[in-house]
Design a protein around this ligand. Structure first.
Ligand SMILES: Nc1nc2c(c(=O)[nH]1)N[C@H]1C(S)=C(S)[C@@H](COP(=O)(O)O)O[C@H]1N2
Ligand SMILES: [Mo]
Length: 309
């Protein structure tokens, strides 16, 4: 399924869903179906329930979202992830959760998903490169996972890592970034209800090029904070090093909140191009905190947003 256009005819179209859905997909679908009171057809989808946190902006198409990507482990071209990410093995998948937690360990994807209700979160998504999309993610709040493993009082930050597997990720043979891809959040940002772990989009399992099987989505920050294909989550006392900040601290800060008033050193952040709008589409204004100001501005009370970019 990954790396395929949704509207192409492929083998999944001629195979009963039950014959190719993995056990974890069936479990997730069945759980949501029980809640929604829907039988059979829900198996075809993840069965995510709607959320009040969704925007009513028009979502981008499946094709836009799965063909125009940044995932440097597969190359730096926007079409490289769609071309090469189908080689990534995402089942089995293990996420190591360690550091300042009560229950550190290696958790399988199935362990993490057990008992969760998946929500649909239709979020604005704004890349630091000044393009944007609206994406109907499927996932759950990161807070739910952190609460389950028990965050210890000394923890102040959450660090994330993507896998390193150059055999399957051709971009990792090049030193464009210092692998693994690393990201981090302050603990209060990680615990915010808008911060999700996404495991799908358009009610389908996450395509590999979008960060299968599990990735972070922080909708008020520039897209590079939303790290893909996560294999490690560490609770720390100190601010963790992050890939883009390590590679160019002047251009990419730890916070990287979307802010139309603070330009990137090489371009304006005042407007953005919504992907899929065609050649003559007008640029649209970029919103403070990507439109999530009412929800998140208080996290940064007393901070100079130009200094902590
Ligand atoms: N591991 C990893 N995560 C990553 C990236 C990456 O190169 N590697 N790119 C980031 C950037 S710059 C953006 S804009 C988003 C793109 O997500 P999308 O392709 O699902 O739209 O993923 C982010 N997460
Ligand atoms: Mo980005």
């Amino acid at each position: 399924m990954a790396g395929r256009w949704k509207n192409d005819l492929n083998w999944s179209d001629v195979t009963p869903k039950s014959a190719y859905l993995t056990r974890r997909q069936i479990m997730a679908g069945a759980g949501a179906a029980a809640i929604g009171g829907i039988a059979g057809p829900a198996l075809a989808k993840l069965g995510a329930v709607p959320s009040a946190y969704s925007t009513d902006a028009e979502p981008n198409s499946w094709e836009d979202i799965t063909s125009y990507n940044n995932f440097y482990e597969f190359g730096t071209g926007k079409d490289d992830p769609a071309k090469y990410a189908d080689k990534l093995t995402t089942d089995p998948w293990t996420v190591t959760i360690d550091g300042l937690v009560d229950a550190p360990g290696d958790y399988s994807f199935d362990d993490i998903m057990a008992g969760l209700t998946l929500e649909e979160r239709i979020y604005r998504f704004r890349c630091v490169e000044a393009w944007s999309m609206v994406i109907p993610w499927v996932g759950f709040e990161l807070k739910d996972l952190l609460d389950r493993v028990g965050v210890q009082p000394d923890a102040k930050y959450v660090a994330f890592e993507t896998l390193v597997r150059p055999d399957e990720m051709p971009g990792q043979r090049f030193g464009v970034l210092d692998w693994p891809y690393r990201e981090g959040l302050r603990l209060d940002e990680a615990m915010h209800p808008l911060t999700i772990m996404a495991t799908g989009l358009y009610d389908e399992p996450m395509p590999n090029q979008n960060g299968a099987p599990i990735r972070l989505v922080v909708p008020w920050k520039y897209g590079f904070k939303s790290i893909k294909s996560i294999v490690r989550i560490s609770l720390t006392a100190e601010e963790p090093p992050t890939s883009w900040n390590m590679s160019n601290a002047r251009e990419y800060g730890f916070y990287s909140n979307v802010n139309p008033n603070v330009d990137h050193p090489r371009w304006s952040q005042a407007t953005e191009r919504k992907v899929g709008g065609g050649l003559f589409a007008r640029r649209i204004p970029t919103l403070m905190f990507n439109g999530y100001e009412a929800e998140v501005a208080s996290l940064y009370d007393g901070m100079d947003l130009a200094e902590f970019y």
